[in-house]
Design a protein around this ligand. Structure first.
Ligand code: BES
Ligand code: ZN
Ligand code: ZN
Length: 469
């Protein structure tokens, strides 16, 4: 990452400053000239929230923000283009209002706004900003955690933005291994032979049409003095490209963004990276089944009956409902850890995206404690959670006439029947997060920009940080 976040205990002279204030009273003690103060007052009277003072060899930006974390991130997002326009490389954010969470959110919004994916441009026009200093009461741990979660989010965004032409399942595993080495989480990659011996029939069926072998990736972070005795397991959908398979995606352009179908697993990788970087005292395992889903002479077909890792049989009625097949094997594999809880993340259904759009995550599960902690974290980091019902009656839609269950529900409640399918393969406290709506943007959206958002990393990191305290 090209952006460094650090702290300082003095306000530097002749350098670019951003004052975060609640009211003018917060900043009058700084050495503003009379003219500058008059200018700030005049702007405030016009209800401006953002002011710029040009001191020729540096700028002072004053941002008025109420006590709302998301407003603070948005304020940073609005300021970011001005910083770029002035080719500013380094800024010091001054917490004039003594609200450390507000200033952290501002730094977060600025850092997220600064993300770029330039790998495939010949002319890499980088944003100028490369250093954010905080003058605040934020502790060293706060700054480390912020840097870690930003890096984790950047990694998730990079992985999702990578096209399938680069990120095949085997390449994905190599990238995960590299990130593990960077920050010290363990990575074990199971190859096709091993996957066959484990009888992961869901992952193998989806992979049948591919020219690349599948991989199953086991990530593990065991921090010193881990608070939990039973591990927390995170499972992520790792479909590196989803064509729908033989049930080829019918809607024009619906395939254009399907490199994002490993977004759930990218959030798992980014989260493992962030918690290892921040050295959280927790034991966390990440499971990532990975393959692409495409048609070929050997592809799995509607009507097939497959046998899953747990021994259940599944009638495949739509090869585009592939995410639940690879996740089911991973969820069944997770049982051996006797986990405290399991959370999966997946770009699982168009139904979830249609229901609530890009604004939030559709969640369901049988673990009310985790659900309420996730909701709290979601509000804090603005990766908000909408809980859907998870009533057992929805299971009726998955009854098959030839196998234990089918991979396709009825015409209604598609996000929930997908969740119910997954639940069949669990025997522990379980939460399912469908991120099909917020994972990928086809036009600029907030401080996420266009393309991958890295959704899930900030949510899980905050959730895990809470669990580690
Ligand atoms: N990867 C898609 C879901 C998706 C849709 C993700 C839009 C991101 C944006 C998933 O594999 C899929 O195709 N789901 C089908 C399921 C259906 C066949 C039961 C869907 O939602 O249409
Ligand atoms: Zn699909
Ligand atoms: Zn998919």
């Amino acid at each position: 990452m090209d952006l460094v976040i650090s702290s300082t205990n003095h306000i530097p002279d002749h350098e670019n400053l951003i004052f975060i204030a609640n009211s003018l009273d917060d900043i009058v003690s700084y050495s503003f000239s009379k003219e500058e103060l008059n200018y700030l007052k005049k702007c405030l009277n016009k209800e401006a929230k953002s002011m710029t003072i040009n001191r020729y060899d540096h700028f002072i930006f004053v941002q008025f923000i109420d006590s709302n974390l998301e407003a603070s991130r948005q304020s940073a997002k609005t300021l970011h283009p001005k910083l770029c326009h002035e080719h500013i490389e380094k800024v010091t954010i001054v917490d004039s209002s003594k609200r450390v969470d507000i200033i952290m959110a501002f730094a977060e919004g600025l850092a997220l706004s600064n993300y770029q994916f330039l790998k495939y441009f010949s002319d890499k026009k980088r944003h100028s900003l490369n250093s954010i200093q905080l003058h605040s009461s934020a502790s060293k741990e706060d700054i480390t955690a912020l840097q870690a979660v930003i890096q984790g989010t950047y990694i998730a965004k990079d992985l999702v933005n990578e096209p399938f032409s680069y990120l095949t399942a085997p390449q994905y595993s190599k990238d995960i291994e590299k990130y593990g080495q960077d920050v010290g989480f363990k990575v074990e990659v199971l190859n096709k032979k091993k996957i066959e011996s484990l009888k992961m029939g869901g992952l193998l069926a989806v992979n049948k049409g591919s020219i690349d072998p599948p991989t199953f990736n086991i990530l593990e972070w065991k921090g010193r003095n881990a608070k939990n005795t039973k591990p927390i397991v995170l499972v992520g959908k790792g479909i590196v490209y989803d064509t729908g398979g033989l049930s080829l995606k019918p809607t024009p352009h619906s395939m254009d963004m399907m490199k994002c179908d490993m977004g759930g697993s990218a959030a798992v990788v980014g989260t493992l990276y962030a918690i290892a970087k921040a050295q959280l005292p927790l034991h966390v395992i990440g499971l990532v089944p990975a393959t692409d889903n495409r048609p070929s002479g050997n592809a799995y077909a509607p009507g097939d009956v497959i046998k899953m890792h747990d021994g259940s049989t599944v009638e495949v009625l739509n090869t585009d409902a592939e995410g639940r097949l690879i996740l089911a094997d991973a969820l069944s594999f997770a049982k051996q850890y006797q986990p405290e809880l399991v959370i999966d993340l997946a770009t699982l259904t168009g139904a979830a995206a249609r229901a609530i759009g890009k604004q939030g995550i559709v969640a369901m599960g049988n673990d009310q404690k985790t659900m309420s902690l996730l909701k709290e974290s979601g509000q804090k980091v603005h990766e908000r959670i909408a809980e859907f019902p998870f009533w057992d009656e929805y299971k009726d839609d998955l009854k098959s006439t030839i196998a234990d269950l089918k991979n396709l529900g009825g015409a209604e409640a598609g996000a929930i029947t997908a969740g119910k399918f997954l639940e069949h393969f669990t025997d522990y406290p379980y939460t399912h997060l469908d991120i099909a709506g917020p994972a990928f943007m086809t036009s600029p959206f907030s401080y996420h920009g266009t393309g991958a958002t890295g959704v899930g990393v900030r949510l899980l990191f905050d959730f895990l940080k809470t669990k580690s305290q």
